[in-house]
Design a protein around this ligand. Structure first.
Ligand code: SAM
Length: 287
C-alpha cells in the first residue's frame, strides 16, 4: 500500500501529476500516519459498515477505511485527484469514488442505494470552508449510525458545548438534537500539508436512536432556537418577540411563563428539552 502520508512519496507523486493545492477547496492533506489510523480506529468502522467519506484527497483516510469497512463510498469534488487516487487506493475493490460536490447529493438516497444491509457511517477529514453545511446535511439525512469528522477545534468545542457556556450556540443545539457528541482528540497543524492556521480536532457524533423530548413541530423548534441565539446577550423574551413578530413582546413573555420559566430567563442557558417546552407553547398558540 502506498504510504501517502510520507512526504518523500507524496511530493513527487503530486508533482508528477502537476497537482497544486486548492485553498478554495479546503485542501490540507494529512502527512502524519497516526492521524488517519486513529480516526478510522476510533470511528468504530468494521466489516458490517458502509462508510461515506467526504473529500478523500489523495487517500490517507480512505485507505484506513477500506482496510476495515465492508464498503466505502468516497465523494471528491476535485477530479484532478483521479490519477493520484488510482495509484493510492486503486487496489481496493470495496471502494467507489463519486466525483461530485457532496452538497449536491441526495444523501439518504445515496446511502440507500450504496449501503443496503450495511450499517451506514460517515467519516471524513472535512473541507473546513463547508463544515456546517456538510454536517447539517449528514445529520438531517438521519440515516447514519455515527458521524466521525475532523473539523477546526473551535467548531468541535462548539458542537460539544453545554448550555450556559460561551461556546453554546444554535449549531450546538442543532447537532445535539440529532446526535450525542464526543470530542476524541486534537490534531496539531503540523500534521497537514499545507499547514492550516488553526488546530483541528476529531469529534464523533453518535446519532440518537431515540430523542427523549417532545417536539410538536421541528420547524418551530429550530426557529425558536435561532431566535434565542440571534440576541444571545438579551433576555429570551426579546429574541422570541423579534423571531416571532406574531407573538409581540407580551405574547413572548406569556409563552415563557406558560412553559414554566422566569420571564427574565436567557435563551443561552436552556437545554434541548427546555427549548422544546418553549417551542411547544408557541405551537399551541400560533401553530
Ligand atoms: N481526506 C484527505 C486527507 O485527510 O488528507 C483530504 C482532506 S482535505 C481537508 C478536504 C478534501 O475535501 C479535499 O480533497 C477537497 O478537494 C475535498 N472537497 C472540498 N470541497 C468538497 C465538496 N464540496 N465535495 C466533496 N469534496 C470536497
Amino acid at each position: 500500500m502506498v504510504n501517502v502520508c510520507d512526504i518523500q512519496v507524496m511530493k513527487p507523486l503530486l508533482a508528477e501529476h502537476g497537482f497544486h493545492f486548492s485553498k478554495a477547496k479546503g485542501q490540507n492533506f494529512l502527512i502524519a500516519p497516526w492521524v488517519p489510523q486513529s480516526i478510522a480506529l476510533e470511528s468504530g468502522v468494521d466489516e458490517t459498515a458502509g462508510v461515506l467519506e467526504i473529500g478523500p484527497g489523495i487517500g490517507p483516510l480512505t485507505q484506513q477505511l477500506c482496510l476495515r469497512a465492508k464498503k466505502v463510498c468516497a465523494v471528491e469534488v476535485d477530479n484532478r485527484l483521479k490519477p493520484i487516487l488510482d495509484i493510492t487506493v486503486g487496489e481496493f475493490d470495496n471502494l467507489e469514488i463519486l466525483w461530485n460536490d457532496v452538497l449536491k447529493l441526495d444523501v439518504p438516497a445515496l446511502v440507500k442505494e450504496k449501503f443496503g444491509g450495511l450499517r451506514p457511517m460517515a467519516c471524513a477529514n472535512l473541507p473546513y470552508y463547508i463544515t456546517s453545511p456538510i454536517l447539517t446535511a449528514l445529520l438531517e439525512a438521519d440515516c447514519f449510525d455515527s458521524v466521525t469528522v475532523m473539523v477546526q477545534k473551535e467548531v468541535a468545542q462548539r458542537i460539544a458545548a453545554a448550555p450556559g457556556s460561551a461556546d453554546y450556540s444554535a449549531f450546538t443545539v442543532f447537532c445535539q438534537y440529532y446526535a450525542e457528541p464526543e470530542l476524541l482528540f486534537d490534531v496539531p497543524a503540523h500534521c497537514f500539508m499545507p499547514q492550516p492556521k488553526v488546530t483541528s480536532a476529531v469529534i464523533q457524533l453518535r446519532v440518537r436512536k431515540e430523542r427523549n423530548w417532545d417536539v410538536l413541530d421541528e420547524d418551530i423548534f429550530f426557529r425558536t432556537v435561532r431566535a434565542s441565539f440571534a440576541m444571545r446577550r438579551k433576555k429570551l423574551s426579546n429574541g422570541l418577540a423579534s423571531g416571532f413578530p406574531e407573538l409581540g413582546k407580551a405574547g413572548a413573555a406569556e409563552v415563557i411563563e406558560a412553559a414554566g420559566f422566569d420571564v427574565n430567563v436567557r435563551g443561552e442557558t436552556l437545554s434541548i428539552p427546555e427549548f422544546a417546552r418553549i417551542a411547544n407553547e408557541i405551537v399551541k398558540r400560533h401553530g
